[in-house]
Write a protein that binds this ligand. Structure first.
Ligand code: SF4
Length: 409
């Protein structure tokens, strides 16, 4: 029996159909995804407008809400395509479009498509939320730069739905206000095309104007923030009355979606049932560390980010990565039965394996080993013993712990 009255929505990212199915199985209440044209993850594997109906249907059949992100700046010559996309979003019964360009907001109003103001709009106070409400927005995704105290005060003054990020990448710049990538490489962050100059390594030198001596101040990734992780204080976030907790990461691996969504599902339920204990938090943090992360910080929630909020390295700190082994095929001569065809390399008995399927998402399982068998040879067929529902085309990977990390962005 739940002991608190309001459980916030858990929103997970989907960059492809495997993500979508994984997020559903891992316990997401809502899933957000982008169209291939107008969203902040141009380099993510986005969906075409024709995918909208099947994707939204798949979410709705599972009792999960489906949100479409249309959160880039839109130019004049794109308005016809935008209108078409929003018409399709409405016809597909998309639960909400996440936007901040005035043209998108205007078209959503005209077409009667429910919309939220994206975090790219940098809404950071209750006055901004009042304006969003007057415009007909259903929800505001607060700027990541708001503190927990800001959030509490905003909730006291506003009844509009508030969504906040709980996990994932942070920008060194204020949300929606970074021009580094545009300036340096002509790839605009505000068009979903950031190539992340902030994550690179730089040598910064200070020159003494009298002597000409140079002092090297930093020669690493001096602008790369750690990832946000609100899990340790999730109870406080929920107590603030926030409506939706969002996980960042449409470009991450399906394993990231599974682990992060699954952990936050358990944590939200634990908060609601007064089981949010230090032991559980520690266990969840260990799980979160197994998938892509740049180290974790509390972002702006508890304080202005300090020294510990910077990433120790330019990229991933997870010690796990996956290697392709093979795919499921119809077993020759046995219609309706599937086997794993070992393709890329031998599968080793001690390795954990993971399924990636557009039908069932991600699942970790064991292969079916004979007593003295140590490996399954490349080119052979193996019958997995997992109690899972396999389909032809499902891909199987080894999940390996080493220093390489989860590089499957
Ligand atoms: S360059 Fe870095 S700080 Fe700027 S938008 Fe891209 S990821 Fe964010």
């Amino acid at each position: 029996m739940k002991s608190k009255s309001f459980s916030p929505e858990l929103m997970a990212p989907a960059g492809n159909l495997i993500h979508l199915q994984t997020a559903i199985h891992a316990g997401a209440d809502a899933i957000y995804f982008g169209s291939s044209q107008f969203n902040m993850r141009a380099r993510a594997r986005n969906f075409s407008p024709d995918d909208l109906v099947p994707m939204v249907n798949r979410c709705h059949e599972a009792g999960v809400k489906a949100y479409l992100t249309v959160n880039t700046i839109v130019y004049e010559n794109e308005l016809d395509d935008l209108r078409q996309l929003l018409i399709q979003a409405g016809e597909a019964k998309t639960d909400m479009v996440i936007a901040w360009d005035w043209g998108v907001i205007d078209l959503c109003q005209e077409l009667g498509v429910p919309f939220a103001i994206s975090t790219q709009g940098s809404v950071s106070n209750s006055a901004g939320i009042r304006l969003a409400e007057k415009l007909g927005a259903k929800r505001v995704v607060l700027a990541r730069e708001c503190s927990l105290e800001d959030l509490r005060q905003i909730r006291e003054k506003s009844s509009l739905e508030i969504e906040v990020f709980v996990h994932g990448a942070m920008c060194v710049a204020v949300s929606g206000r970074c021009f580094m990538s545009h300036e340096l490489f002509n790839h605009s962050a505000n068009r979903g095309d950031c190539i992340q100059p902030c994550r690179r390594t730089y040598e910064v030198t200070a020159t003494d104007t009298e002597t000409g001596d140079q002092l090297i101040i930093g020669e690493d990734s001096i602008m790369s923030p750690s990832d946000l992780c609100a899990l340790p204080f999730l109870d406080q976030l929920i107590a603030s009355g926030v409506h939706s907790l969002k996980i960042e990461g449409r470009k991450r691996s399906p394993e990231y979606v599974q682990v992060v969504t699954g952990v936050y599902r358990q944590a939200i339920d634990a908060v609601m049932e007064d089981r949010f204990t230090p032991d559980r938090i520690q266990n969840w943090m260990e799980q979160l560390g197994t998938v892509f992360n740049r180290g974790f910080s509390s972002g702006f929630y508890l304080d202005i980010p300090g020294e510990s909020a910077w990433s120790a390295g330019p990229s991933n700190q997870s010690a796990w990565h996956k290697e392709y082994i093979g795919k499921m095929v119809t077993t020759p001569g046995v219609p309706g039965s599937v086997s794993l065809k070992i393709e890329a390399r031998n599968a080793l008995r001690h390795e954990k394996v993971v399924l990636n399927s557009v039908h069932t998402g991600v699942a970790f399982f064991d292969l079916n080993w004979k007593e003295d068998q140590q490996e399954a040879i490349q080119g052979t067929l193996v019958t997995p013993d997992a109690g899972l529902n396999f389909h032809p085309g499902d891909q199987i990977y080894a999940w390996i712990m080493d220093s390489k990390g989860d590089k499957s962005e």
